[in-house]
Design a protein around this ligand. Structure first.
Ligand SMILES: [Zn+2]
Ligand SMILES: [Zn+2]
Length: 270
């Protein structure tokens, strides 16, 4: 048996890396711990040399979707490791020199939950997991833990908390995890501050109301992860002829225009 310290550099915090380390170590019967620190992820491990080599090979091969390993450094661990099992330990806050993943679009599994009427994330706009959701735009300091993000003020409900602590769950240590019960809510305001008229309140929810507003030709500023999107229906007659002009102005204002399809673009440009 040998003991090693394995340093992993790269985009390895907040991307489901530690649960992956845990899963591989457990499957190989290795003992030790893994935690985040200011430099990335540090693993202290106890096992045979063959098993540890296999562990490192699997770490590289089975990297989570948002993680990116720059370098893995193995060194002999000087000291005694007293572990009966493999554990995920608390982060250590020291010198900061690590990378955080960029925000990632909602993954297919989360999308399926948002559209599933039997899911507790049904129509919840801020659904996320370790494979998707906000990262860089919500972080205040690192290591990337919930208390260091803008999600700190949203205390998790018991169900989200259970998922967060369950190493077999896709939301294990997913820092921004949230649901209808405990997470941020979407709301709708008129730009002029006036209240919405009665028909608007008869919509299913705020998201539904926004869809109706777009269909009616309104422009909606959607404040979401990482910024504000100005949305409108390019098919709506009064906007079609203006979209190219808008694109040119957007360049000056450092904005970007996202057009859903080329077909839409060609229609909008006519
Ligand atoms: Zn997801
Ligand atoms: Zn919740």
């Amino acid at each position: 048996m040998i003991t090693e310290e394995i340093r992993v550099d790269g985009v390895v915090q907040g991307v489901g890396f530690r649960p992956n380390v845990y899963r591989i170590a457990k499957a190989l019967g290795l003992k030790g711990e893994v935690y985040n620190d200011g430099k990335g992820v540090l693993i202290k491990i106890l096992g045979t040399e063959d098993k540890i080599t296999e562990f490192v090979r699997q770490l590289q091969q089975e990297c989570p979707p948002l993680a990116k390993i720059n370098e893995i450094t193995r060194t002999q661990y000087i000291g005694e490791l007293n572990f009966d099992d493999f554990v995920i330990s608390n982060s250590i806050h020291n010198v900061i020199n690590t990378q955080i993943a960029a925000d990632a679009a909602t993954c297919p599994q989360c999308q399926a939950e948002i559209f599933d009427p039997y899911s507790r994330w049904f129509r919840y706009p801020f659904t996320n997991c370790t494979h998707c959701g906000p990262r860089l735009s919500i972080i205040r300091s690192i290591p990337y833990d919930r208390t260091n993000t803008s999600m700190a003020e949203f205390a998790m409900c018991p169900t989200c908390d259970r998922d967060y602590k369950d190493v077999t769950n896709r939301r294990f240590h997913a820092q921004p995890t949230a649901c209808h019960v405990c997470g941020p809510k979407a709301w709708l305001e008129r730009a002029d501050g006036k209240p919405f008229t009665v028909p608007m309140f008869s919509m299913l929810d705020e998201i539904d109301a926004v869809c109706t507003l777009l269909q009616k030709g309104e422009i909606v500023a959607i404040k979401s992860i990482g910024g504000i999107n100005l949305a409108y229906d390019a098919f709506y007659p009064i906007y079609g002829k203006h979209i190219i002009k808008c694109s040119k102005n957007a360049q000056k204002l450092n904005l970007s225009i996202v057009i859903i399809s080329l077909l839409q673009f060609s229609l909008a440009g006519t």
